[in-house]
Design a binder for this molecule. Structure first.
Ligand SMILES: [Zn+2]
Length: 389
């Protein structure tokens, strides 16, 4: 009897282990050869190797660090900012369709969203979803995330622009199975940003202990094209094709998020309009892809004086996170190579991460005396960024 129980136990354990491995866990992603940078030390591969020589940089304004304030990367420009009670999502994107799937109507990978974003239903802390712009790599997963709050009355609010609202309303009317007969997106509170007046007061929200301010921005032009992606109003119905995710007036919203004196700015563009209006921040998280045609990263660092700079949107988002065992900093637009099986060569690398490190060393770090370039790791405890006296 005992040996029978042991055998059942072993089989059960293997089954558990196997089910865990169907999705890679954050610490399984290898960041080998992905550089970080410290203005005093230079290039850094592994922070823990040098941390004993370095005095930690201090975020001075963060007077009362709240234990547990954390930031989690959710693919591309996706983040979760959380203090354990209130969580905000910014552009969560884990569906990551492959190049071949880009030519078909896009389906949300609900499995991946459940695992990486909703953490198998443990989602009651998500109070707001912020969308910078309505391209699929920023908004694709949002309708499904919002639809998962039907019965419990704790739906997060949604902040975005006109097209973001249109995508949600269009999903709500669709017959996609997880929308359900009761139109699960019907009651979502959507706040559409309005930059028509100079006052930014109506583009501000207090959510838990977070204060959010939206700033008008412009989507970057793609490298080698002077084009910002499909634009216009959303007219089609879901499931959408890649090209149905249009931009409203080429707009991309930047979000300033304040928490207990700490200021974090999220810019999904390497060009920030009027950084002086935003002012000084502690952490600047910025898209570095498509910065060939226009970027003002050096000016942003000079004016906004971040202590930590986290480059974002340079992962190869044509690869599902499950296959992302080694961080791949090449957004290689592989068409048509991948289609015919000739992988390895890329027509365009929208990230050009290697040259970013050189640019950082030569142009950006000189704008500031103390600056640290963090790798786009899967998880930061913000507490760990604050120097303890
Ligand atoms: Zn993008």
């Amino acid at each position: 009897m005992i040996s029978y129980m042991i055998r059942v136990f072993i089989i059960f354990s293997f089954a558990l282990l196997y089910s865990e491995q169907t999705h890679l866990l954050p610490h399984h992603i290898s960041y080998k050869n992905i550089l970080g940078y410290d203005s005093k030390v230079g290039k850094v591969y592994e922070w823990h190797d040098i941390s004993r020589y370095l005095q930690e940089l201090k975020i001075k304004k963060f007077n009362q660090p709240n234990r547990g304030l954390s930031i989690r990367w959710l693919g591309t420009f996706g983040f979760e900012l959380s203090d354990g009670t209130t969580s905000l999502l910014i552009d969560p994107f884990v569906s990551r369709p492959t190049p071949k799937e880009q030519f078909r109507p896009l389906h949300i990978d609900t499995d991946a969203v459940n695992h990486y974003v909703l953490r198998q239903g443990n989602n009651s802390t998500i109070k707001a979803v912020l969308v910078t712009h309505s391209h699929y790599d920023h908004i694709q997963d949002v309708p499904y995330i919002l639809s998962q709050y039907l019965d419990n009355g704790i739906q997060p609010i949604l902040i975005g622009n006109k097209n973001t609202e249109q995508i949600i309303q269009s999903y709500n009317k669709s017959d996609i199975s997880w929308i359900g007969p009761n139109n699960s997106l019907e009651k979502i509170q959507i706040y559409v940003t309005d930059f028509s007046s100079k006052e930014n007061a109506h583009n501000q929200w207090n959510i838990g202990r977070f204060k959010i301010t939206a700033f008008q921005g412009l989507h970057p032009q793609y490298d080698f094209f002077s084009w910002r992606g499909p634009s216009g109003l959303i007219e089609s119905t879901p499931p959408f094709y890649v090209w149905d995710y249009k931009l409203n007036h080429n707009e991309s919203i930047g979000f300033l998020i304040e928490y207990g004196g700490l200021k974090i700015y999220f810019s999904d563009s390497p060009f920030i309009q009027n950084p002086k209006n935003i002012g000084k921040v502690d952490i600047l998280i910025q898209t570095i892809a498509s910065r060939e045609m226009e970027n003002n990263i050096a000016e942003c660092i000079k004016v906004m004086e971040p202590i930590y700079y986290i480059p974002a949107h340079y992962d190869n988002f044509f690869k599902p996170l499950d296959e992302f065992s080694t961080f791949d900093p090449v957004i290689g637009f592989g068409f048509p190579e991948n289609i015919f099986g000739d992988t390895e060569t890329h027509l365009i690398d929208f990230a050009h991460f290697d040259s970013f490190i050189t640019e950082f060393e030569n142009e950006y770090k000189t704008q500031s005396t103390e600056l640290r370039l963090l790798k786009l790791l899967y998880y930061y405890s913000i507490e760990s960024l604050v120097l303890k006296k």
